[in-house]
Design a protein around this ligand. Structure first.
Ligand code: GLU
Length: 314
């Protein structure tokens, strides 16, 4: 069996460049368009980064381009809330099971009497935001911002253009927030929660930020660049459980089959995979498959997982 790298070496940089070369001309998929801003992002952008728990990293392509974090934000808000309330409470209030329906499904909520089932569908993500202990929107936002910044190891900002684009088109999410409240699964004001959730999706990150955020999860909650503990070690397993079961929308099973790693994608084109105790892989390429996952991002992760022997199933 091939050995697994634990730091950036020749095999890692070779695999990274090979993945970029191999998939850069793959033009399958389409940018998300239900959020108007996302449709305008250049579709040919493609970056891949890897970071090991020792802080060494390698990157190729457009890894400095700032894109909207979107659904990947759900992982890091979850990290903060899990740290605060613990996995038992999180599981009873939200859950860890696939809904079998699209990420913004109202049907899924109705079928389960309002229980969101997991924190990575929009309903569960808004329930997660509502569990932040904060008495107003400013304080709620401050916790999210400082958590994301600690994960990334630098100041991050909201892309106000993305936020404006989402806030003017998020009527469906507002409906979900009200529905959650009517069923007793929202723990703060619905419109405050929906707005803070919309803001968290609009945070601008680069592939380099994303890989640092993922490497912090891989490294047991300690950011390997700043050496600062961001979340407790016991919080990591529940986060990875959620990513394993629900990280890639309706095709999480396909992803796990091919990549064998906990992952999370967002409709902004970002994708993250975590190899516990070893490294994280982040990729960015805007065109998405029908489930909402970056086409080239998935191919890159699969290639790296296979060539570097990173799958947890091997
Ligand atoms: N802001 C997006 C939404 O709420 C995020 C969706 C995603 O990336 O899955 O629809």
């Amino acid at each position: 069996m091939k050995t697994q790298p634990v730091t950036v070496d020749g095999s890692v940089t070779h695999a990274l460049h090979e993945a970029h070369q191999r998939f850069a001309n793959n033009h399958h998929g389409k940018n998300a368009s239900y959020i108007p801003y996302l449709a305008s992002v250049p579709a040919n952008l493609f970056g891949i980064s890897i970071m090991f728990c020792d802080g060494t990293h390698a990157e190729v392509g457009d890894t400095d381009y700032a894109f909207a974090i979107e659904s990947i934000s759900k992982v890091f808000t979850l990290a903060h809330v899990l740290d605060d309330i613990g996995p038992q409470s999180l599981r009873s209030k939200i859950g860890c099971d696939p809904t079998g329906e699209p990420f913004n499904s109202v049907v899924a909520l109705e079928l389960h009497k309002g229980r969101p089932l997991n924190p990575f569908v929009n309903a569960g993500a808004m329930a997660t935001v509502s569990l932040l202990k904060a008495e107003n929107a400013t304080r709620r936002w401050a916790q999210i911002e400082s958590t994301y910044q600690a994960f990334a190891g630098r100041d991050l900002t909201v892309n106000e253009e993305v936020y404006a684009s989402e806030a003017s088109t998020n009527q469906h999410n507002r409906g979900i927030a009200w529905l959650l409240q009517s069923y007793g699964y929202l723990y703060a004001d619905p419109m405050e929660v929906c707005d803070v959730y919309t803001r968290q999706c609009s945070v601008a990150i680069t592939c380099q930020d994303l890989v640092t955020m993922g490497a912090t999860l891989a490294n047991g909650g300690v950011n390997p660049v700043t050496n600062t503990r961001v979340v407790t070690a016991k919080t990591i397993a529940p986060i990875l459980a959620e990513m394993t079961l629900n990280g890639l929308y309706d095709t999480t099973g396909d992803w796990y089959y091919k990549v064998g790693l906990p992952g999370k994608s967002g409709v902004g084109g970002g994708i993250l995979a975590v190899v516990p105790g070893v490294c994280a892989i982040a990729a960015f390429a805007p065109p998405l498959d029908v489930a909402g996952n970056s086409v080239r991002g998935q191919l890159a992760a699969e290639h790296l997982s296979r060539t570097l022997n990173l799958s947890l199933l091997h």
